[in-house]
Write a protein that binds this ligand. Sequence first.
Ligand SMILES: [Zn+2]
Length: 349
Amino acid sequence: MLLSRLKDMLKLILAYSMYLTGILHLYKKLILRGKAVVIMYHRVLTSDEAERTYSHEAIIVNDKLFEKQLAFLKKHFNVIDAIEFVHTIQSGSSFENAACLITFDDGWIDNYLNAYPLLNKYGVSAVIFLSTDYIGYKGLFWQERVRRQLNKMYEIVEEDHGELKRFRETLAEVDLDYLLGLPKNRRKQEIERQISDMKALSADERNVLLNVLDSTRGRNTRDQTVDRFLDWEQVQEMTTDGIQFCPHGASHLILKGVSAVEVRAEVNSAREVIRSRLGVPTLMFSYPNGEFDDNAIDILKEQDVHYAFTANRGFIRKGSCILTLPRINIHDSNSKNMPMFLCTILGII
Ligand SMILES: [Zn+2]
């Protein structure tokens, strides 16, 4: 704990000294010559919403910080839209003046409520990659559902020890009863470990676990609207202001290690829904969880998807593989001030 705090402090000192001496801007100029960076956001939440969300902190940026980042990108980068991005690659040209494309994954409600007004205010465009099954859906994504149910269970047990036995029996069905015996300081980490393991399950296997967790339902009625997704009216409204929408799969199935049939179904269903709702074809795609394999790439090629984004760090230059394009994931803790934001974009810390 102490060591990681010390590390953070050193990073901050390093970031500020490189920033204030101008070294960082010089480095940016050199390293980004002819290249583009693609920023990957997920959620932009107010402080109040951040208190209520069950999303992981690695996909959240505070709305005030997001505004500072937009102002910074406008000032120090050449923020381009999807059309210019595609045009530059298609024409075989190099990118100019530290080109930057802003993207969002998943299609969260806050993209409309918090990010969209700021994108308009600063006159910048963005691409939002939608997991189309969730657009207009009023429930929770499975990861938020797991965090919600388990946290709720801990709250209930704290108030009413009588429930402990019932929960223990229920969770024993799926070998998760050990979670009830964990000390407070290990719960969060263990829930995340479980979620990480659950990513590798098929939807059916995962649903068995989710249904067991749901059966621990109790009195907790914490508002869950914060973790909702966009609806099609909001998507349509944003389209009129130049926000582009492209697929991020249909169900957010991870496309690594799954059959060609499954990849094809996810890609086609998502593209078809967007095409029929918005009346435009989609040439871009972002891999759920940023994960892919050769099979997924082959299917995208077969389906005529031209550009696909991963979550691997890096820059894009003339000749980059356009079906494994890198992006820089931005969240509160790797971008809490502008020196750190720039360091993260440049891959320094
Ligand atoms: Zn995603």
